[in-house]
Write a protein that binds this ligand. Structure first.
Ligand code: BF8
Ligand code: SF4
Length: 630
């Protein structure tokens, strides 16, 4: 037996409590304190029955006041709120994807950004019917980027990547009017539908939520993922470490946080520059450590092995170590609290995007054209800040785990090829994985995604669900903050195979993989959709028939709702541990948990009891297997 041991949530919490003591010394605020101030939450908001989309309101639904001033009932109000939530998430993911398209458009042989995976670029160009023969790779990159940008506003047709779905699925989506058209159009139409005096029919609002979500998952997010791979390389398995213990006391610590790899890639590049390292030494440090928080961390961990300092609810902790010279952010999931918190320490809080501007931050506008000089300025600023540390405040909790990350679809297909010893050459398909599933060695797969949320004990649901799944021979593919929870616990260490059932353990041994596979950031949930589509095509099935489910037990953001919509839109049942503000309408709840099946073959399950949630997932996977007779 190895000496492998998971880090427990209790150990995470003890480390956090120790850091909060430092916070108390310097008068810092914390999310733990703010949660207390904000609870109990407003019941109308929680149930989704507050409407303030016109200035006759706000209107709140009660038994005595069952309709708003315009006459809208609870179902219409909940439905509109749900669609707005989705549109917010789809816009964020897709705008991130658009930025990546722009970065690709700026790529040049002698520029800041290069094409690192030309094969993937050519593959996508061919898929999109773009002539590749005899073309310079950068000319091709620009043409593909421009075609991608057109996906946001094209007047006719549907998202190009829908052609990756199994035969007939796109046609069914078109027939049901949920096939996504131009991405911006879906977001815009959603906001039009929720305008005062437009849709109040729950079914129509849910349909548009799915369509808008699909524009994200099979449009903006998928382009974000694919073109990030083209620019920065398609992830391959790589070793890294996770949790706050990755920060190094003697070094200049730069923490990258947010989502867009265009920034973090450049920071990593310059932090590695011998000139910068020499400068750090001159300033009294031993070197430079870059670590990450949230999805940007997933991006650079997958491609460079950059360690992961933590996930969403750990973002304040990196500053509380007193050893963070700069926390450099781009967009999404960044606490405005980081501004005032940084002021309690020597930390520089550097915002870089016009999309995410915050008080008490230093704004260094980052753009693809000037990326090199921007990144250099940021790294220099961090180095020069090292001398301002207050040694009496420095405490880095010595908690970290090893993790192997970087399981893109391409990487999964490759490693699982080694599992089946069949003589037939199956390279390049998901057939070996299918064989494992059909034979029952692996019972199915769960796509674990999403955030932390103070409503759920942070990381606990992610980790407990994963442990139970792998013990039941269900393989986990994880992304976003869920992936980081797994990594911090040790579930992405290959030794975690000992926690698996016999079948999955054997697969992990043969393929030399951990039982929880890191698939990347939240835009990379598009990778999961591609994997599901490939599995279905190779099996001659539709996606909704596969013994695969999605799960977001601790989700919190609008993006997560958009994701939920495209995951069920793709045909994958999705299990949520937090209610998406729909409990105020039985009609909405019914459509979301059952009604969507007639369009996509999948629906949501909402269960706040985590034990029950995992049992329901396992049950669903077994039902799918039974239906297939396997
Ligand atoms: O996009 S999992 S807290 S970091 S929203 Fe945010 Fe949620 Fe983390 Fe990435 Ni995704
Ligand atoms: Fe009230 Fe109707 Fe206006 Fe909403 S749209 S605030 S329910 S009057």
């Amino acid at each position: 037996m190895s000496e492998f041991k998971l880090t427990t949530v209790e150990e995470f919490e003890a480390a956090t409590n120790r850091l909060l003591e430092t916070g108390a010394k310097v008068g810092a605020d914390s999310w733990q304190m703010r949660v207390k101030n904000q609870t109990p939450h407003c019941k109308f908001g929680e149930q989704g029955i507050c409407c303030r989309i016109c200035s006759m309101g706000p209107c709140r639904i009660t038994p005595k006041a069952p309709r708003g001033i315009c006459g809208c009932d609870a179902h219409g109000i909940v439905g509109r709120n749900y669609l707005k939530f989705t549109a917010g998430g789809a816009s964020a993911h897709s705008d991130h994807g658009r930025e990546i398209c722009h970065t690709l458009h700026c790529a040049a042989e002698d520029g800041n950004y290069k094409v690192k995976d030309p094969e993937k670029l050519i593959r996508i160009a061919k898929e999109w019917g773009i002539e590749t023969e005899g073309k310079d790779i950068y000319a091709l990159a620009h043409e593909v980027a421009e075609t991608g940008l057109m996906e946001y506003g094209k007047p006719f047709g549907y998202q190009r990547f829908l052609d990756r779905m199994p035969e007939g699925q796109k046609e069914k989506l078109i027939e049901d009017e949920i096939a996504p058209r131009a991405i911006d159009r879906e977001v815009s139409s959603s906001l039009h539908m929720t305008h005062m005096g437009c849709s109040s029919l729950p079914e129509a609002l849910v349909k548009q939520s799915i369509r808008c979500g699909l524009a994200d998952g099979w449009g903006g997010s998928m382009m974000g993922t694919e073109f990030s791979d083209v620019l920065f390389g398609t992830p391959k398995p790589i070793d890294t470490e996770a949790n706050l213990g990755v920060m190094v006391e003697e070094n200049v610590n730069i923490v990258v946080h947010g989502h867009d790899p265009s920034l973090s890639e450049m920071i990593c590049e310059y932090a590695d520059d011998p000139e910068m390292i020499a400068y750090a030494k001159e300033m009294g440090a031993k070197g430079i450590t870059v670590s990450g928080v949230c999805c940007t961390s997933n991006e650079v961990a997958m491609r460079r092995g950059i360690p992961m300092a933590g996930n969403f609810l750990q973002q304040e902790n990196v500053v509380l170590t007193g050893a963070c010279e700069a926390i450099v952010v781009d967009v999404q999931c960044i606490f405005p609290a980081l501004g005032p918190l940084s002021k309690c320490f020597h930390t520089k809080f550097v915002t870089t995007s016009p999309i995410a501007q915050m008080p008490d931050s230093e704004f260094i506008r980052f753009s693809a054209e000037t990326a090199g000089e921007n990144a250099k300025a940021i790294v220099k600023m961090a180095i020069e800040n090292f001398k301002n540390r207050k040694p009496e405040l420095v405490h880095i909790p010595q908690l970290k785990q090893k993790a192997t990350v970087g399981y893109s679809v391409e990487a999964i297909v490759k490693v699982l090829d080694s599992v089946t010893n069949s003589q037939v050459d199956v390279t390049g398909t998901t057939k070996p994985l299918l064989e494992c599933i059909t034979s029952g060695v692996i019972r199915g797969a769960v796509a674990m995604v999403g955030c932390n949320n103070p409503k759920i004990r942070p990381d606990y649901a992610h980790i407990e669900l994963m442990k139970k799944c792998i013990a039941n021979d269900i393989i986990i593919i994880a992304s976003g903050c869920s992936a980081q929870a797994a990594a911090k616990a040790g579930l992405m260490d290959k030794s975690a195979k000992d926690l698996c059932g016999a079948g999955l353990k054997r697969v992990c041994e043969l393929a030399d993989i951990p039982p929880v596979l890191h698939m990347g950031s939240c835009v990379d949930i598009s990778r999961m959709m591609i994997l599901a589509a490939e599995l279905a095509k190779d099996a001659g099935l539709q996606i909704h028939q596969l013994p695969v489910v999605g799960c977001a037990p601790e989700w919190m953001s609008e993006k997560a709702v958009s994701i939920g919509n495209y995951v069920i839109g793709t045909g994958i049942d999705t299990f949520l541990g937090v209610d998406p503000y729909v409990s105020g309408s039985d009609q909405m709840a019914q459509i979301l948990t059952e009604g969507t099946r007639k369009w996509t073959g999948a629906a949501f399950t909402v269960e706040t009891d985590i034990e029950k949630l995992v049992d329901l997932m396992i049950e669903r996977i077994e039902e799918k297997r039974a239906a297939l007779g396997i």
